[in-house]
Design a protein around this ligand. Structure first.
Ligand code: XMP
Ligand code: MG
Length: 179
C-alpha cells in the first residue's frame, strides 16, 4: 500500500498538530452551543474521529452519506443523497465536517438541503481545501490545510475505495491510476 505513494503531502504529526489547533478553535466558538457535528461519509471518518476528540465540549454526532464521484478521480458533478441526517437539526448549531472541499458541488448540495431544515447556524469545517478547483461559491469556515490541485489519498480519502487507511495524506504514483 505504502509502495503506491509517490509523496507524502501531510504527515501524521502535521495532521495531529493542526487538528489540535482546529479543535481548540471549535471548542471556543461552540463552548455553550451544544453543536451537532455532522460528518459527510465516508471520506470524513478518520478526520471526524480525531476532530471530535480534539473538541472537548458538549456536542452531538450525526452523519449523512452522499456520493458524487464515480470510481475515478474527478467528480461526476451529480450529487446523490444516499443517507440523510437522522436527528432534528431545526434550531440547532450544526458544523458540517468534510474531508475535502474540491469543486464545492457536494457541499453546495448538502448546505442547501440542510438550510431547508432551519438550523440556528450552519458552518463548514473541512480538513483539506482545493480552492483552485472551485465551481461553486461555497467557502469553508474552518480549514485544516489548503492544497494544490492534486488528487490525494489517505486519512480517509480514497482512490477507488482503497488507501483510506493510510495514516497520512499522500499522492499516488501515476502508474496506479492506469492499473
Ligand atoms: P466536490 O468536488 O463536490 O468534492 O467539492 C468533494 C468530494 O470529492 C471527493 N474528492 C476527493 N477524494 N481525493 C479523494 O480521495 C481527492 O483529491 C478528492 N477531491 C475530491 C471527496 O469525497 C469529497 O468529499
Ligand atoms: Mg467526502
Amino acid at each position: 500500500m505504502h509502495n503506491d505513494i509517490a509523496r507524502v503531502l501531510i504527515t501524521e504529526q502535521e495532521l495531529h498538530d493542526r487538528i489540535a489547533e482546529l479543535g481548540k478553535q471549535l471548542a471556543a466558538d461552540y463552548a455553550d452551543k451544544d453543536p451537532i457535528f455532522l460528518g459527510v461519509l465516508k471520506g470524513v471518518v478518520i478526520f471526524f474521529a480525531d476532530m471530535v476528540r480534539a473538541t472537548p465540549i458538549r456536542s452531538q454526532f450525526d452523519f449523512l452519506v452522499v456520493s458524487s464521484y464515480g470510481s475515478g478521480t474527478t467528480s461526476s458533478g451529480h450529487v446523490k443523497m444516499l443517507k440523510d441526517v437522522s436527528c432534528d437539526i431545526q434550531g440547532r448549531h450544526v458544523v458540517i465536517l468534510e474531508d475535502i472541499l474540491d469543486s464545492g458541488i457536494t457541499l453546495e448540495y448538502v448546505t442547501k438541503h440542510l438550510l431547508e431544515m432551519q438550523p440556528s447556524s450552519l458552518k463548514i469545517c473541512t480538513l483539506l481545501d482545493k480552492p483552485s478547483r472551485r465551481k461553486s461559491s461555497i467557502i469553508a469556515d474552518y480549514v485544516g490545510f489548503t492544497i494544490e490541485n492534486e488528487f490525494v489519498v489517505g486519512y480517509g480519502l480514497d482512490y477507488d475505495e482503497r488507501y483510506r487507511n493510510l495514516p497520512y495524506v499522500g499522492i499516488l504514483k501515476p502508474e496506479v491510476y492506469s492499473k
